[in-house]
Design a binder for this molecule. Structure first.
Ligand code: ADP
Ligand code: MG
Length: 154
């Protein structure tokens, strides 16, 4: 299942993301993919806004891997997988724990380690169409974890 939107500036992308954020229940994983400058961090800013978190606290986590934002309806955990070399680094950070606590996990460059995340994640692809134009495609990975496990049966 997927839906696409074309945005004409950063504010429109933020507004779309805020609409997503306002609908989250907690326990969701959102994987952001797209080139440098596509708008992944911009999308996280909107997500924060939609969750009632002060969006100015959102920064690019590149060197830290992880930032945690509180003060909203739900806690937002913001990862950046760009400088992550091995999946083990994510497991150490306890993503499962965050989800079990009903927090929201968003991962820039999440497609680099797509197999490390729950299969019922959302994938958000940002494509650069022009200087200020982006296509934002929201996809729900439809395969539940139990189905993947079933396929591993002899
Ligand atoms: P990324 O995290 O993917 O590297 P950023 O969100 O940090 O990208 O930066 C996106 C840049 O593109 C910002 O400077 C933003 O102002 C600009 N921009 C222009 N048009 C858009 C748009 N439609 N959506 C998102 N960002 C846009
Ligand atoms: Mg970024």
């Amino acid at each position: 299942m997927s839906r696409s939107f074309v945005t004409q500036d950063a504010e429109q992308t933020e507004r779309l993301a805020a609409a997503v954020g306002s609908r989250l229940l907690g326990g969701e994983v959102l994987l952001l993919c797209g080139d440098l400058g596509a708008g992944k961090t911009c999308f996280v800013r909107g997500l924060a806004r939609g969750l009632g978190i002060a969006e100015r606290v959102v920064k690019s986590p590149s060197y830290n891997i992880l930032h945690q934002y509180d003060g909203g309806r739900l806690t937002l955990q913001h990862f950046d997988a760009y400088f992550v070399r091995e999946a083990e680094e994510f497991r150490r950070d306890g993503i499962d724990e965050f989800l079990a606590q009903g927090q929201v996990v968003v991962v820039e460059w999440g497609d680099r380690f797509i197999d490390e995340f729950p299969t019922d994640a959302y994938v958000i692809r940002l494509e650069i169409l022009g200087e200020d134009e982006r296509r934002v495609t929201l996809t729900r990975i439809p395969e539940p974890a139990w189905l993947r496990e079933l396929l591993d049966c002899p």
